[in-house]
Design a protein around this ligand. Structure first.
Ligand code: HSE
Length: 402
């Protein structure tokens, strides 16, 4: 019998408790033992819950109970999740989490502590919800020379962008719809500003390189500036707009970015709609591999959490060996990032654009001027646009192409 404690009895904690209860036969068959939820830590009481008698409010009860060998941290946020994780690992208890915020900030420390104290630290649910991507990246992909890991890593923004493309809705209308359906938080900043996707590409980059980049070293843009007009122009040239997290590995170093990208309709990522997530891994000799599924929600996230628990029961190991190092060494300056760009400008002539940006692919020259540039570095395009705006042009939009 394995005794576990769940920290946080919210949506994900409830999903984990339900899965462990409803699918106990599958779990014990594959994990090789029965699992008992001994404690549920939460600030609240749940008198009507079938788990009411296991609810505690003091983490020390869990920490000091030698029967608890595994702590499932699904509280979210950095604190006290950080302190509880450190204490549990130091006590030799394994920790499983869905909390991308702490993995992206402290994953290096947690993996070292786990190794030092004979415990495991696993976080399959931290990227892509129910999609098994972290474990396969270690177990079956790490031997390839990776060229890029990229993905649609945030369901809320993908829902909003899908709505804008399907119904011609504005960003604001689509966000409200996402909030009404419970996909987006009342304060949606972490999703729409790209922060959540940044944490997830930080974790994927660490898996690909062993380097846990500081999240603030990754160039991050959200989707708040995307206009209905941009959607119309993208459709005109057979493209979609997706918020992508990208980690590109070159001979010179790592490029890491979160931003909206225009992506051709024939790319597999362009077909990922609604709240779904997908991660595409490109390497040699494996080629392209894509992982697709529900990136959030009680059931999907619980599936990944319990998958980690079964891995610990079977093998007793963390994911990453050797451990990660927190560093931005090798991260290239975003000014060097090269791409073709979609640009929409007002108050400028075609010949002025050609003089500043060279040959372009024109999308529209009625009202605003919308076009696709050739491949330019960030510093080159920023400089050219600055010249045009100084001469009287107004920038309406700029979105990079994949
Ligand atoms: N807010 C996140 C999303 C939840 O929309 O994808 C899952 O991490």
């Amino acid at each position: 019998m394995i005794n576990v404690a769940i920290l946080g009895f919210g949506v994900v904690g409830g999903g984990v408790a339900d899965l462990l209860t409803n699918n106990s036969d599958c779990v014990s068959r594959l994990g090789g033992d029965e699992i008992n939820i001994k404690y549920l830590l939460d600030l609240r009481d749940f008198p009507d819950s079938p788990f009411a008698d296991r609810v505690v409010h003091d983490f020390d009860i869990i920490l000091s109970d030698p029967e608890v060998s595994c702590v499932i941290e699904v509280m979210g946020g950095s604190h006290p999740a950080y302190e509880y994780t450190v204490a549990a690992l130091k006590a030799g208890k394994s920790v499983i989490t869905s909390n991308k915020e702490v993995v992206a900030a402290f994953g290096d420390e947690f993996l070292s502590l786990a190794a030092e104290h004979g415990a495991c630290y696993r976080f399959e649910a931290a990227v892509g919800g129910g999609i098994p991507v972290i474990s396969p990246m270690i177990s079956f992909i790490g031997q390839n020379r990776l060229r890029e890991v990229r993905g649609i890593l945030n369901g809320t923004t993908n829902y909003i962008l899908t709505k804008m493309f399907s119904y011609g809705a504005s960003f604001e209308e689509s966000l409200k719809d996402a909030q009404d359906r419970g996909y987006a938080e009342r304060n949606p900043d972490a999703d729409v500003l790209g922060t959540d996707a940044c944490r997830k590409i930080t974790i994927l980059t660490a898996l690909a390189t062993g380097k846990l980049l500081p999240t603030d070293s990754i160039h991050t843009e959200g989707i708040t500036a995307i206009r209905k007009e941009d959607v119309i122009f993208a459709e005109k040239i057979g493209m979609k707009i997706k918020l992508l997290g990208r980690c590109i590995l070159t001979d010179n170093g790592i490029q890491a970015v979160v931003a909206p990208f225009m992506i051709h309709n024939d790319s597999p990522l362009s077909t990922v709609s609604g709240v779904y997530n997908a991660v595409e891994v490109i390497g040699d000799p494996i080629g392209n591999v894509m992982f697709y599924g529900q990136g959030a929600g009680a059931g999907a996230t619980a599936s990944a959490v319990v998958g980690d628990l079964m891995q610990i029961m079977r093998s007793g190991r963390s994911y990453a060996e050797p451990c990660w190092t927190k560093t931005d060494d090798g991260l290239l300056d975003f000014a060097c990032f090269e791409a073709r760009n979609y640009v929409a400008l007002d108050g400028v002539t075609l010949s002025e654009v050609n003089a500043a940006l060279g040959e372009i692919q024109l999308i529209c020259d009625e009202g605003e001027l919308a076009f696709i540039t050739g491949v330019l570095s960030e510093s080159e395009i920023s400089e050219a646009i600055e010249k045009l705006t100084t001469a009287g042009a107004t920038i309406k939009s700029r979105i990079r192409l994949v």
